[in-house]
Structure formats: C-alpha cells, structure tokens
Design a protein around this ligand. Sequence first.
Ligand SMILES: [Zn+2]
Length: 475
Amino acid sequence: MKRLISTRKLKLAIVSDNKNEAYSFIRNENRNQNRALNVAYNHLYFEYIAQQKIKQSDQDYHEHLEKYKTRAKEKFDNLIKLKESAADEKKIEKAQKDYEKAQEKVYKIEREYNQKAAKIYQEAVGLAKQTRVRKVIEREFDLHYDTLDRITSKVVSDFNTDCKMGLLSGERSLRNYRNTNPLMVRARSMKLYEENGDFYIKWVKGITFKIILSRGSKQKANINELKSMLSRIIEGTYKMCDSSISAGKDLILILSVNIPVNKEHTFIPGRIVGVDLGLKIPAYVSLNDVPYIRRGIGSIDDFLKVRTKLQSQRRRLQKALQSTRGGKGRERKLKALERLKEREKNFVNTYNHFLSKKIVEFAVKHHAGIIHMEELKLDRLKHKSLLRNWSYYQLQNMVEYKAEREGIAVYYVDSSYTSQRCSQCGNLEEGQRVDQETFICKNCGFKTNADYNASQNIAKAEPLNIEKRKEEAEV
Ligand SMILES: [Zn+2]
C-alpha cells in the first residue's frame, strides 16, 4: 500500500514535575543544535575541498580525464557536422549515441576519482564520514545522542543535495542554519499514550508533554481529525516519524506521521486544480490545463438549506419524543436529539465537510495530483464579513487532510489580484470584474465567469513556500 508523510502542528504543555529543567533543556538543546548544524556543515565543506585537492594533485587523473574529454568533444563535433549537412537519420542517431557514450565515460572517470579521493582521505583520518561529522560536533557541544543522530544525518543529506544543486559551481551558496530552526526529535524516543481522553507524550530526560487540543483557532478546526490521527498512531495503523519541536512563545510539536493512502489514483503529471473560495459560490474549481472542465461547488442557498434541514429534523424528533413514554426507545431518541442539536450548532462544520469532500472528489475524478488554494489574508477577509463565520481556515484544513488521504498535495498561492487579473493574457487593470459574476478583460477581451477566472489564476500561480513545506515534511 502507498504511504505518505503528513505533518501536523500540536501545542504541547510540559506536565512532568521537572518543568523548569525541561524548558531549559529544550532551549539549550535547540540553540546548540543549530550552532552544531553550521559547524558540521562547514566541516563537510572543508572535507570536500580537501578531497578536491587530492584529486587535483593526481597526475594520472588529469591525463586520463583530458583524453576522454577530448574524445567526447570529437564525437560532439561529428554529431553537429552530420546534423548541419542533413545526413540521413540513422547516421545522426548513431553519432548521437556515440557522443552520449563518450560523455558517460567522462562522468564515470570523475566519479571513480571522487571515490578514490574520498578513500585516500578516509584512510588518512581513519573514520567513516558520518562518524567524523559526529565526532566534530560531539567535541564542541553537549548534546543528547538523539540530537546528534539527527544533526549528522540531516547535515550529510543537506550537503549532498546542495552539491547536486551546484554548490561548487557557485549556483548555490553555502547553507546557513538559522537559530529559529526547530529542535529535531526522534520518533523512537516519543511514546504517545492516551489517558482519560487526553493525549500525552513521554519523551527523553523524564519529560512528559500533554497535547493541548482545545486552544488556538487554527487548531479548533480539526480537533476531531487530530484525535483520530493520534488514536491511529497508538493503535499502530499510522506511524510516527522523526519530528521537531519549535520552542518559541509556545511549545509546538511539528509531528510527522506516515499514513497509508486509501486508494491508488493515477494522476496526470502537471495537472492542478485551482480552488477559488467565494461567497455566492463557496468554491469554484477548474483545471490549469483543460479549460472546459470546471465547476461551482455549493451555493449560499445550500448552506442555508443544510441549516434548515437540521432544524426541521430536530423539531420532528422533539415532537416524537413527546409521544414516547419511556424505556430504551426514549433514551435512544434523546441521544439522537442531542446529536442533532450538536450538529445544528456545527452546521458550518458540516457544510465545510461537504465542500471539502466535493473539491477533493473533483481532483480525483479528473486525475489532478495537486490542489492550489489561496493563502488567506486577514485584510481580504475583512471585506467579506460573512467569511468570518464561514471559517475558511477550517475548510482549507479539511481539504488538506482529505486530499492527503487520496495522495493529493495541497499548495497555497498568493491571493493578491486573483480576481482582478485576466487569466488568459495576465492583464491587471481596475474594473475588469464588471459585476459579481462577470469578468471582461480590457486588453484581450476575454469574457468569462468571474469565479472561473479567479480559479484559473490560482491554478496557474506559483505556489508559495514550497521549499519550506518540503523541509517541514522532511523534518
Ligand atoms: Zn486578457
């Protein structure tokens, strides 16, 4: 079964007796970790340079490499000559293959000598790379062995990535770890358990955290989802992964969880669903690559209908209760009534479940592996006062976790001008949205549904914080 890594932010409170020591342990560890990351990274860079020097001083290597580089260049020139003279295709194809082979040989020589230099270096210092890094930071910092493990593996993987991205050719600069980086923690050291409906984590140094699920508006949105996720970790269907703790004003656990994906869908590469959240039509969805596949989901009337339906269900039940005397039937009805009252209170919640389900279904149906939504800005919300009640944060949250279960990624895009810009030619000008429903471009004349135009802009926009999101997923 396919699995994916998902992250959740959880507020923590220290509930073990050693509160003060625990706080100072976390803060010190965090500070030392980030300093150690920089020391370890610079150490790897230094080692790399040393190995380059070993390679460069090897005369055989240079002669060997030059010989094959020259050969590859000859093959390349030959290929170009054939192409220019419009030789027959078979000849060109063969020349192309010859060139690729020769180039591959050059890479092979470079790889072999890199390995040779690494070996010479290793023999000189006598330790494996990971161990060398670990020794360097162990000497300088007093760190828990879990943190040492995480620093070592993170720094080696970061350095390799940076090298691939062109660190040494100057396309990428040396990495600098900021002191705001959260503290990396190991999954194996976190024991999650439930007690009287609350969730706790037993960690290192005799520290126990309680997971605070009730506070914070953004969290409120998905308390049930969080609870069910935590229960699934305890029962073993989900697996906790190495995570991190951010120790700012609050202690926040950035929990990574390995979850199974319900179904396996085939996605069309590059296909994206843009979601425009509005008032009259709560969600308008369209695809970035096929203009006629689009849909408005829900309506303000629907929203009100849900509420009315719940109200009448409740009234019916109340009437029925009046004619039911006692016993089990009455008890059952009373419970049902309680549930209905709860649902009525939460009708926004219910409606958001409906909308988010439809949005994700649209993506699955049309084989889109990515959903784009707008990053909500407070000033934008102010203009649409009803949005506040609607709880768009909650809706986005639901879309995120429902999408996740289907293996669909959710990204956020900048919300500026999504409704004023023309999705066809990009023209940005005042007054193109002529009324609530219609958009007419003053440049190219494109006339369309205003919500559709906005969803197109969202589908085609560059996602924000993609790097950061990936980092979070890796932590
Ligand atoms: Zn236009």
